[in-house]
Design a protein around this ligand. Structure first.
Ligand SMILES: [Zn+2]
Length: 475
């Protein structure tokens, strides 16, 4: 064989191989190298079908939220990707599905939020009219007819060739009919009757009306799978859709302990508590905002000194829903290690008193102990204490569970009561987290491990999310 024909033969074999490979990929798409988002998406889909396969599972809020988390991980792994896009839509549907079981209107607000996120954040058009339609249906269900009207109108205006336009027109008619009529000046004895309520209407006609429609949609609940017909309309000039009543999204105050001239505890190998607290707080903030769509405010976002007395009032002024102070621990006994979470109480153990004394800083020395106890006793309201202890339980539970994943010997010091000044000034459920002892060499080293800090932040965020979700009617 000549050199040339050898070369030709090689090229031919190569081309055949390429052809075989590409047809194999077409026939068996799983052969294609799936990105991390795709992999996470198929994992999330599995958890979805798992949930849907069992009525028992569907009766547990936890199971729904776990599935939600799986889809949110898809989004986090690659927020601009197509799987992330489908995942956000599915999260909206999951919250609608959860609402069907929980009847907790917060779940519907979450669904509204995620559909809104899909519309605002992504350039892809495919699911936007579906998201608008779901938002319209939810507003209708909530009897916010004017808002529902706007969503249905957007579909007609921006997606005139989409597959939602016909149903949007129908729903728009029903919605407009329910809008309050303009007030007419009529003699007092002939005052117009208020427009009839949709519930009464749907009871008269059981095959039509909104509850049936919402439920029909929910029954179609499934993760987004195939690619639907492309939408021709574009959405460049669409008015920004505000998240559902902003003030209804819970506000979390994170309080990174110490700062500025107040360094907090110090480790032998360079760990400085104030810096560590700020670092973790920022991580928690990011997760709460991005993953759980909550509003978050930090009492300090840099190395500033804020007196202890002023921290709680910040939360009060902002009408926050909860207050979480983040700290690292210290003890004279170098062997002391572990994670603990405090809520306001009298302080039962010596350790709790020692920690509180240290965290209370200048305040504790200016007020005699018995007086402190007296003031605390008067200030602690039972409701706040119960809620705070429940919040502490959630956060501490996740902290230990997640921390143990990275370091098996992590110690669970549990939930404790303690006389912390920073907690009593806040009028909402409030806790103080001690993520570990910087005075213990092993734990100090762990607290420098970025992956460990991420796990701790994830745990605090998840505890907060669980607490807020449970605050409504339980399943
Ligand atoms: Zn501290």
């Amino acid at each position: 064989m000549s050199e040339n024909s050898k070369k030709l033969k090689f090229v031919r074999i190569f081309l055949v191989a390429v052809l075989l490979w590409s047809s194999a990929v077409v026939l068996f798409p799983q052969l294609a190298i799936a990105g991390p988002a795709e992999k996470l998406y198929s994992k999330a889909k599995k958890s979805f079908y798992n949930l849907k396969s069992s009525a028992e599972k569907m009766s547990h809020r936890d199971q729904w939220l776990n599935t939600v988390d799986n889809f949110l991980e898809v989004y986090q792994s690659d927020p601009k990707s197509y799987p992330a896009y489908k995942a956000i839509y599915t999260v909206g549907k999951l919250y609608e599905g959860l609402y069907k079981v929980s009847k907790n209107s917060k779940d519907l607000n979450m669904a509204l939020g995620y559909y809104g996120k899909l519309i605002q954040e992504f350039d892809r058009e495919q699911l936007k009219d579906d998201a608008l339609y779901r938002r319209g249906e939810i507003y209708f269900h909530k009897k916010h007819y004017a808002l529902a009207e706007k969503e249905f109108e957007k579909i007609i205006r921006y997606f005139p060739k989409g597959d939602r336009v016909a149903s949007a027109r129908k729903r728009l008619q029903t919605t407009v009919a329910l809008l309050p009529k303009p007030v007419q000046i009529t003699p007092l004895n002939k005052v117009a009757k208020a427009p009839s309520r949709p519930v009464a209407k749907s009871q008269k006609n059981k095959t039509q009306g909104k509850p049936t429609s919402l439920i029909t949609q929910l029954e179609k609940l499934s993760p987004v799978t195939g690619v639907e017909g492309e939408k021709v309309a574009s959405l460049p000039s669409i008015a920004p859709i505000k998240p559902e009543a902003e003030n209804k999204v819970p506000l979390v105050i994170l309080d990174p302990g110490h700062g500025g001239k107040d360094f907090g505890a110090r480790g032998k190998h360079g760990a400085i508590e104030k810096d560590l607290n700020l670092k973790i707080s920022k991580k928690v903030k990011r997760i709460l905002e991005k993953k759980y769509k909550l509003r978050v405010h930090l009492t300090r976002s840099d190395d500033t000194f804020i007196p202890l007395k002023e921290r709680g009032p910040i939360a009060n002024r902002m009408k926050a829903d909860l207050f979480v102070s983040l700290h690292a621990n210290a003890a004279k006994r170098q062997a002391a290690h572990g994670i603990e979470t405090y809520y306001l109480g009298r302080g039962l153990s010596e350790q709790a008193k020692e920690t509180a004394a240290r965290e209370n800083g200048e305040l504790v020395y200016s007020i005699p102990d018995d007086q402190t106890q007296q003031i605390l006793a008067d200030l602690i309201s039972n409701n706040k204490m119960n809620d705070s202890s429940r919040l502490a339980g959630r956060v501490q539970g996740y902290l230990y569970q997640k921390a143990k994943k990275r370091y098996k010997t992590v110690k669970n010091l549990g939930v404790k009561e303690g006389p912390f000044w920073v907690l009593h000034a806040a009028n909402m459920p409030s806790i103080l987290v001690e993520v570990g002892f910087v005075t213990n060499a092993k734990e100090e080293a762990r607290l420098k491990d970025e992956k460990y800090l991420n796990l701790l932040a994830e745990a605090v965020a998840r505890g907060i999310r669980d607490f807020l979700h449970e605050n409504g009617p339980m399943i």
